[in-house]
Design a protein around this ligand. Structure first.
Ligand SMILES: Cc1cc2nc3c(=O)[nH]c(=O)nc-3n(C[C@H](O)[C@H](O)[C@H](O)COP(=O)(O)O)c2cc1C
Length: 208
């Protein structure tokens, strides 16, 4: 791998075998420019994590959680494709992010560039779930791309062979990859309100 290449970890928020969100991540892998390399392609195993509990921290941290943290730490950037369940991100994804947010002050997500997209058969393309994910990532201190990519009526955009048949979505996916590359490869962002907010969140988490 060239030093000019960025390692991307794709995270599907759905456990469904034929997930539309996972299909979009597969398409992103196909569309990626040479500067972006997907490591191990996808983060699977979100469903194998135990429910987050502060009683399972420190020496009692489960091996599956350590593995999750190692995989995130090894990535230069994250791409998360989230479904929307009842106007929010799926619990399994929130659980993974909660685990990755700890230990407080040492999260592997801190300063990690991340882009979020989402798909739904409905009219809004999981836009509320994407906002939810961005809020949580920002609270943890990740460097979150301030763009959304809602793919509405997603079931109409794939052919019977499972390939994406929609030029507009393809263009939007390419554009998202470009924005992520810029975010992850560009100069460090300056201090911002969101950084102050994440520090406050970390402080409250450490105090609890
Ligand atoms: C429990 C549940 C709640 C859902 N709530 C929403 C919702 O709030 N908004 C929406 O657009 N779709 C909703 N859906 C439909 C999902 O968007 C749809 O099942 C989608 O295909 C899931 O993503 P996946 O294909 O990546 O698994 C819901 C589905 C389930 C199972």
């Amino acid at each position: 791998m060239s030093p000019d290449q960025l390692k991307v970890l794709a995270i599907p928020g759905s456990l469904r075998g034929d997930s539309f969100n996972a299909r979009l991540l597969h398409r992103l892998v196909e569309l990626a420019p040479p500067e972006l390399v997907f490591i191990d392609h996808f983060l699977d195993g979100l469903g194998d994590l135990p429910h987050f509990s502060q009683e399972l921290e420190g020496e009692r941290t489960p091996a599956s959680v350590e593995a999750l943290r190692r995989r995130i730490a090894a990535a230069d950037a994250l791409l998360i494709a989230t479904p929307e369940y009842n106007s929010a991100m799926p619990g399994v994804l929130k659980n993974g992010l909660d685990w990755a947010s700890r230990p407080s002050g040492e999260s592997v997500l801190a300063a990690k560039p991340a882009a979020v997209l989402g798909a739904s058969p409905g009219r809004f393309g999981a836009v509320r779930a994407q906002a939810d994910v961005r809020t949580v990532l920002t609270a943890i201190g990740a460097e979150v791309l301030d763009e959304e990519l809602p793919v509405a009526a997603v079931h109409e955009k794939f052919g019977d062979d499972g390939t994406l048949q929609d030029e507009e979505t393809d263009r939007a996916l390419r554009s998202l990859l470009g924005s992520l590359l810029e975010l992850a490869g560009g100069p460090p962002v300056s201090e911002s309100d969101s950084a102050d907010y994440s520090r406050e969140c970390q402080r409250l988490a450490a105090a609890s």
